[in-house]
Design a protein. Structure first.
Length: 100
């Protein structure tokens, strides 16, 4: 049995927190928010919140949380859990035994 240090993947991450996909997701969300502010020029608070929503959602998805990489990873794992195959094949130590 080998013990792996808790921070062994930090060297592969940008700023020891983000992957390339995380940075692309945040930058695209922020770009859409900035472009929507420039194009629509919101005149009230509701319009401003609507324009900032893509950036806020993308930023919230890449916030690091304990026991997972970030919120996006939690959503991805939940979707995989609910939509993957649910009947598990038994492959224990007695799976080759035949019952007669």
């Amino acid at each position: 049995m080998f013990l792996i240090p808790a921070n062994s993947k930090n060297g592969k991450l940008i700023f020891s927190v983000f992957t390339k996909f995380d940075l692309i997701l945040v930058s695209s969300g922020l770009a859409v928010s900035i472009l929507s502010i420039l194009i629509f020029g919101p005149s009230n608070l509701q319009g401003l919140i609507f324009c900032l929503l893509p950036g806020l959602i993308c930023t919230a998805l890449v916030v690091p949380i304990p026991n997972y990489h970030n919120v996006f990873t939690v959503f991805k794992d939940l979707i995989e859990f609910f939509y993957q195959r649910r009947n598990y094949k038994w492959e224990g130590w007695c799976s080759k035994d035949e019952f007669k």
